[in-house]
Design a protein around this ligand. Structure first.
Ligand code: SAM
Length: 464
């Protein structure tokens, strides 16, 4: 059977889609190639959120095709995902070596189309059409974790699409309208994962807090998303629940109250701020003010002291003045995120912001990007340093990515802890004493805390 190599660009949703495609192909007998140079099929799962992500995938494909041609190989080459969706057949016109273009509602058709191409029944396939029910097709998992042990964490795709139409964002065009899976279907998938050894799930969607809005009415004041979290929380053997990516508007009191009530919902939340200027938030079509945003953070911190908070910020949105930017800096100083992803604004096809006046020069965007990164990294480092000497619960995920001689796990507040563990710790909840910090990493010392000391007590919960 043929071998396949899949390279993923972009977010966790894309990683999850790639895993589902890989699992689908493995079930058909494909093997997973360790490198593109030895694969019969090379698939690039693409991202369109910024232009650079699109360019990287195009360069990669040109490079893979060029080397294969030189070596006299003819692998099947395919683009999948967001850029495949937005550029469609332009991709095969520009890159004639490409055989397959698979849109965001077609991942489940990968095996069927590859069969056609490998058998020579078709020479090129481009499918970016909408497909009813496609949101429920990202279901199969590989769960091949580190050191040949099964993964203890898994991503679960709960919905597809986005209806927010932020003026900078291409996602509604690449992922379509919001479509949610059903609660029983998602719970069944989570149960199967737990039966296979998973202890932590991350519920995924473009805007998870909008989950099921059209399908599930409010119940006792609780949104469909909170109803889903409650249902997943019931699963015996599951230890931790995370979710991403939410919208700040989705942090209603029902969700904040759920953080105070549901111990498996870990002390970690992502709230994409985008800008600290109310004027820009309005131009971005975000639907909240800096005051409302700060209020949500305050409520979350009251309900879960020590909660880890991360954010996304765009610098250089059209018309951003130095005063707007300083408001972003000031809000970051006030809110002290544990982690900030800072993005340089990138004009995207068909988005309203791309046509707005006052697009900023690259040099201004670059300079602001540097300043904000410096500030947010400094603030984050202080958060990490403050944990030195404390004891944290980690779920051990496997060998450390930074130092494979060591093991690593994640705290409930979503911080990586590296410690001198071994294979037998994989999948365990451990308490470790934090001895020192590195760049966005904590180092735990097992000499201080017994390595087999499993956690029994749950986290302290406060009411909203
Ligand atoms: N759920 C998120 C939200 O509330 O906006 C959207 C997730 S988006 C795929 C990831 C991040 O990419 C966004 O939060 C935003 O900061 C960034 N992003 C999106 N469009 C962008 C653009 N045109 N230029 C730069 N960054 C962008």
């Amino acid at each position: 059977m043929p071998s396949v190599f899949i390279k993923t660009y972009g977010c966790q949703m894309n990683e999850r889609d790639s895993e589902a495609v890989a699992a689908q192909l493995v079930a058909k007998g494909y093997t997973l190639a360790a490198h593109e140079s030895v694969a019969d099929v090379v698939l690039l799962n693409t991202c369109s959120v910024r232009d650079l992500a699109e360019q990287k995938a195009i360069w990669k494909m040109e490079n893979v095709a060029g080397i294969a041609r030189k070596e006299g190989r003819q692998p099947i080459l395919g683009f999948m995902g967001c850029m495949a969706q937005s550029r469609g057949k332009q991709l095969v016109e520009a890159l004639p070596d490409v055989d397959l273009v698979l849109g965001t509602q077609k991942f489940h058709r990968a095996a069927e189309y590859l069969d056609e191409l490998l058998a020579g029944r078709q020479t090129q396939i481009v499918d970016t059409a909408d497909e009813d029910g496609s949101q429920a097709t990202i279901r199969e998992h590989l769960l091949t974790g580190a050191a040949d042990k099964k993964s203890v964490t898994a991503f679960v795709s709960i919905m597809q699409g986005c209806n927010q139409h932020c003026t900078f964002c291409i996602v509604p065009f690449t992922r379509g309208e919001e479509r949610s899976r059903t609660i029983p279907d998602i719970v069944a998938e989570c149960r199967e994962l737990v039966a296979r050894g998973v202890r932590e799930v991350t519920l995924l969607g473009q805007i998870v807090t909008s989950y099921g809005k059209r399908d599930y009415p409010l119940r006792e004041g609780k949104s469909a998303f909170v109803q889903l979290i409650e249902a997943v929380h019931e699963i015996d053997g599951l230890e931790r629940i995370r979710f991403t990516s939410p919208h700040p508007k989705g942090y209603g009191d029902d969700l904040i109250e759920a953080f105070g009530r549901l111990p498996k919902l870990v002390e970690s939340a992502h709230l994409p701020l985008q800008s600290g200027s109310d004027r820009l938030l309005k131009l971005m079509h975000r639907g909240y003010t800096r005051e409302r945003f700060a209020e949500i953070i305050g409520k979350l911190r009251r309900v879960r002291p020590g909660i880890g908070l991360s954010t996304d910020i765009i610098v250089g949105f059209p018309g951003e003045t130095e005063a707007d930017f300083e408001e972003t800096l000031a809000l970051c100083r006030q809110l002290e995120f544990d982690l900030a992803y800072v993005f340089k604004y990138s004009p995207r096809k068909d988005t309203p912001a791309a046509a707005m006046p006052d697009q900023l020069p690259e040099a201004v965007i670059e300079e602001r990007h540097q300043r904000l990164m410096t500030l947010t990294n400094e603030l984050a480092a202080r958060k990490y340093d403050a944990l030195i000497g404390s004891t944290v619960e980690i779920l051990v995920e496997g060998p450390s990515r930074k130092n494979p001689a060591r093991y690593e796990g994640r705290t409930r507040s979503n911080k990586i802890v590296v410690f001198p563990g071994s294979e037998r710790h994989q999948g365990q909840l451990l308490n470790l004493r934090i001895e020192r910090t590195g760049s966005f990493t904590l180092y735990g010392d097992p000499a201080v805390i017994g390595m087999d000391e499993e956690v029994s007590a749950g986290p302290a919960l406060l009411s909203a």
